[in-house]
Design a binder for this molecule. Sequence first.
Ligand SMILES: Nc1ncnc2c1ncn2[C@@H]1O[C@H](COP(=O)(O)OP(=O)(O)OP(=O)(O)O)[C@@H](O)[C@H]1O
Length: 310
Amino acid sequence: MNPASDSALIIDNAHKTYKNGFTALKGVSFDVKQGEFFGLLGPNGAGKTTLISAMSGLARLTQGNISIMGYDTRKNPNQCRMSLGVVPQELVFDPFFTVREALQFQSGYFGIRKNEAWIDELLAKLNLEDKASTNTRNLSGGMKRRLMVAQALVHRPPVIVLDEPTAGVDVELRQSLWVFIEELHQQGHTIILTTHYLEEAQMLCNRIAMMKHGELVALDSTANLLKSGQGIRVSLLLSAPLPAALQKWCVPSEGENTVLQLDEYAQLAYVLSTLQYEKVEVKNLTVLENDLEQVFLQLMHDDKKGVVAC
Ligand SMILES: Nc1ncnc2c1ncn2[C@@H]1O[C@H](COP(=O)(O)OP(=O)(O)OP(=O)(O)O)[C@@H](O)[C@H]1O
């Protein structure tokens, strides 16, 4: 590690234009400190995987620099490779290996010979022990996903990037995966996570970057992003259907409650007086907390950029 750097990752003005002329990254810059649990969020096509590919050396930036644990990806590719473990989105395996062989092969790729103790630990932590001798082509999707996680960790990298690690993983496994990742985080690993499950990002990440069309549109602590959510949401249990005059604020919700998204508290007074006038009784009223999904949707539908504190 470069002792001068306390950053696990520095993205400096990253641009990427693919051969077909499409520009997927338009000058992205941010810094992830060592030990952070960092979220990289954005809708499909925002450029997250392109950025991760550039970190791991699979894609070359058209302009800009990336450094990992103080090492430049172009000047020190080997140190970067050793410092980084990427769990990719795509499930790719050599179908002729068993689970254990795949992990042994991956260890060899990093020049690590005696890795059995750590491989056993990874198999146990990821509930793959009884699949150690199973051929990778005979694993279920969720098991393959767990093997991808194990493969990314064979060299105990200080920086771990997880590109949608819970896609296609059932609830129980998802939870056990997060316990394990949280354990690695507690041990000092830097975790960078992309996910479309925003409640996971809200629960796990200390800081979050949001991307849209190859640009950063927000970068702040999770707490500050939650505070930045505009408007208020109220959940109402009503004695009769919502009057037509209030339908414009109604947002989809589960259960029998009606949820309204309002711009300001003054509108709540109007809602209550309209309900009273229409003789609709309010049996229960709850002001809902902002959640990351709401902030995300606001930012994605907003033309303004919300890039804030680093
Ligand atoms: N090899 C390529 N050649 C041309 N365009 C590409 C290539 N790879 C990706 N793109 C385009 O770059 C954009 C960003 O893609 P990328 O996979 O980085 O997005 P993403 O944020 O990871 O999306 P998702 O959430 O769907 O994984 C998309 O419009 C995609 O079609």
